[in-house]
Design a protein around this ligand. Structure first.
Ligand SMILES: Nc1ncnc2c1ncn2[C@@H]1O[C@H](COP(=O)(O)OP(=O)(O)OP(=O)(O)O)[C@@H](O)[C@H]1O
Ligand SMILES: [Mg+2]
Length: 245
């Protein structure tokens, strides 16, 4: 397996607050990697750093051996549409759907940089096959969808650009356990059948670790543990701090 994403010693500050401190981690092609951590640990900040939404004050981030972000000294951050072209798609925390647009229009937004109209139409049908509930609701305004349906739509929208790597910020947030299970099942299928590498951030540590190959624990902006997810599920510190055992 080859390395797809490499994060090397990055630090991120918001004014006086250091949200990430010398974080290093990597994602191998084809894997599902989970990052778990409590509220405020810096999980969303890490995803934002990958997509260039927050500047680094130390370190660098590479995707497929190309540097996509470096510290302010030699400041470089590729714009989002370049990242989309390179094959990175983010499903942000809180989903950020366009509530007044229909499901279909939202999916069209996900393919904003795809020029081939027939490819966009094909992709949309693929999404409606994969998420039948979205097909049934395609002409409906997004605000009328349930939380779980909106999350599925946010994932489908990200997949419209045929990414190599999908970044997911708390896909289970605020959803009932059965819906969360459903969504994680879909994420596993996207990985196994469409060969999309997945990096997901979750507070629901049990679900995240059960669904992933490798995991990292983030505490106060620092990576404190990393291992195979199956090993983390057995780890005493993880069990106490994240699994409530
Ligand atoms: N725009 C901002 N300005 C100032 N501080 C911020 C900003 N965004 C995040 N922070 C701070 O950075 C730290 C990490 O925040 P972040 O959103 O990355 O955490 P998180 O792990 O995603 O938390 P949650 O599980 O609640 O989503 C927190 O202390 C937060 O208050
Ligand atoms: Mg967050």
């Amino acid at each position: 397996m080859s390395r797809l994403l490499s994060i090397d010693g990055i630090s991120v500050r918001y004014g006086a607050i250091e949200a990430l401190h010398q974080v290093s981690m990597s994602v191998e092609e084809g894997d599902i990697v989970a990052l778990i951590g409590a509220n405020g640990a810096g999980k969303s900040t890490l995803l934002k750093a990958i997509v260039g939404q927050v500047p680094l004050c130390e370190g660098s981030i590479s995707f497929r051996d190309e540097v996509v972000s470096t510290s302010e000294k030699h400041r470089k951050s590729l714009p989002t549409h370049m990242l989309a072209r390179m094959g990175i798609a983010l499903v942000p925390e809180g989903r950020h759907v366009f509530a007044d647009m229909t499901v279909e229009e939202n999916l069209d937004m996900g393919a904003f940089f795809v020029r081939d109209a027939s490819l966009v139409a094909r992709k949309k049908e693929e999404m409606f096959d994969f998420f039948p509930i979205l097909g049934a609701r395609r002409k409906q305004k997004t605000r009328s969808l349930s939380g779980g349906e909106q999350q599925m739509m946010a994932i489908a929208r990200a997949l419209m650009s045929s990414p190599h790597m999908l970044l997911l910020d708390e896909p289970g947030l605020g959803l009932a356990p059965l819906v969360v299970q459903d969504i994680f099942q879909k994420i596993k299928l996207i990985n196994s059948e469409d060969k999309v590498t997945v990096f997901l951030v979750e507070q629901n540590a049990r679900m995240a670790l059960r669904s992933s190959d490798r995991g990292y624990c983030l505490e106060n902006g620092r990576i404190v543990l990393s291992d195979a997810s199956s090993a983390l599920l057995e780890n005493d510190r993880v069990r106490q701090a994240y699994l409530g055992e």
